[in-house]
Ligand binder design. Structure first.
Ligand SMILES: N=C(N)NCCCC[C@H](N)C(=O)O
Ligand SMILES: O=C(O)CCC(=O)C(=O)O
Ligand SMILES: [Fe+2]
Length: 428
């Protein structure tokens, strides 16, 4: 048994945490020693661990290290059972080599979500061991890295690849051709944007993209959605682009809904917490992105980042990235950039700003950026699963209770958050 004591500073306060680790090891089987380590980590906080400061979301991105705030670690099995689930016993907490115990992750966990995908809509799933294990892994991943890979998600490899392939083909077209679907304020910020047109924190990003959003009819959501009214501008070439993408998006919507069900359980919430007025009519965003080889960009136009450091705006992001180029980087607590290396057949998932507010900071979105230093053009297709456009997202009561009783974030209307981002994302 070992006891470690260490300090870390969160937003506005210092903590000393004591971490007690028990580990049992060494079972002898035949000629081999098989070491098995069981970690039971108990956290004690010396100080009352929550600040009572309410910080508007608009200021969050200005805080230097929003990656890891004051965190409360409440083991899943210590939580009160939520309505709608009857957790009879704790899910097994085995040691997973993918998950770095502690706050400074070095790798992003990989989760096989097939039990979740197969069973999450079945009311009799509540005590399913495999499912609960996935829920536990989601909880660990959302606390530790805010990022995880998923496999066993049910989306065919061939479809993932085809979507990247048509994206690549489109970006290979001559500029005039791409301009036929140019993004403008009149198009509701939907369509093609050239390299350097998207800006992050004032700096042009070295990517080109097609942005698509849930279509919005004029008048829907009143003034709130006005800048984004419109339907999507799909390329005419390759000719199956719109059909392919619309099918892909509908599959990813359903997959995201299922993962959000898992995340709801991971938070100890009812399984349908992200349905109804929160995300029962989820807004979605899809960005098809191309990152040119840096030497192909005219020097006077070139910056060193494909996409500057940011957090995503909604609930959950699923990134379908090129198989063989390492470019997406995720920031850990000590400020190191950890590669989200491509793992063929997986999506890279991460949580967004709305989940932070809703969970009162139990889960935090992690800063990430893209740098394509490879000698090859990189493609990624990012799908963003968001709350209802007009959802007023605020810390829910049981998450507040779990984090000291005080709401750390003010209510934010998702659509306002999105529109504010979109209106400042482009030099037009
Ligand atoms: N829908 C999402 N999440 N898009 C992410 C793009 C991030 C870059 C953007 N210029 C920004 O500064 O946010
Ligand atoms: O290209 C990627 O891998 C990630 C893109 C991203 O983070 C975004 O568009 O929000
Ligand atoms: Fe992102």
């Amino acid at each position: 048994m070992a006891i470690q004591s260490y300090s870390y500073s969160g937003r506005g306060s210092e903590h000393t945490a004591y971490r007690i680790i028990f580990f049992g090891q060494s079972n002898r089987i035949g000629f081999h020693y098989i070491l098995s380590h069981f970690f039971l980590t108990l956290w004690f906080y010396k100080t009352p661990h929550m600040t009572s400061k309410v910080t508007p979301l608009s200021q969050q991105s200005k805080i230097p290290n929003p990656t890891q705030p004051n965190r409360t670690i409440t083991p899943l099995f210590a939580r009160p059972p939520a309505a709608g689930i009857a957790i009879a016993r704790p899910p097994p907490r085995g040691f997973s080599p993918c998950i770095t115990m502690g706050s400074d992750f070095k790798a992003i966990p990989l989760i096989d979500i097939s039990p979740l995908v197969g069973k999450i809509d079945d009311p009799s799933m509540v005590n399913d061991e495999d499912l609960l294990q996935v829920v536990q892994m989601l909880d660990d991943a959302c606390r530790e890295a805010g990022f995880f890979y998923v496999k066993g998600h049910g989306i065919a490899d061939s479809l993932m690849k085809e979507v990247r392939d048509v994206t690549q083909k489109f970006f290979q077209l001559p500029y005039e051709e791409k301009l036929k679907i140019k993004m403008t304020p009149q198009s509701g910020y939907r369509g093609y944007q050239r390299v350097g047109e998207n800006i992050t924190k004032g700096k042009p990003d070295m990517h080109e993209a097609i942005d698509c959003y849930t279509p919005i009819e004029p008048g829907k959501y009143g003034d709130l959605a006005k800048p984004m009214v419109g339907s999507n501008l799909w390329p005419k070439y390759p000719s199956n682009f719109d059909v392919l993408l619309e099918n892909y998006i509908s599959l990813l919507r359903d997959l995201s809904r299922k993962i959000m069900r898992g995340i709801a359980l991971a938070l100890g919430a009812p399984v349908d917490a992200f349905e109804g007025t929160t995300a029962g009519d989820p807004f979605w965003v899809c960005r098809l992105i191309g990152y040119p080889v840096s030497t192909d960009i005219p020097e006077e136009q070139r910056t060193d980042t494909g996409c500057g450091a940011h957090t995503d705006y909604g609930l959950l992001t699923l990134v379908n990235q090129d198989d063989d180029i390492c470019a997406l980087e995720v920031r850990n607590q000590s400020g190191e950039w950890i590669y989200a290396k491509p793992i063929p057949g997986t999506f890279v998932c991460n949580i967004g700003d709305m989940l932070k507010v809703w969970s009162n900071g139990i889960y935090q979105p992690t800063l990430h950026r893209v740098v394509n230093n490879s000698p090859r053009y990189r493609v990624s297709v990012a799908f963003f699963y968001e709350s209802n456009f007009d959802a007023a997202v605020e810390p829910v009561e049981f998450c507040r209770e779990r984090t000291g009783g005080v709401a750390k974030y003010e209510k934010v209307v998702y659509g306002e958050h999105l529109v504010q981002k979109v209106l400042t994302n482009f030099v037009m």
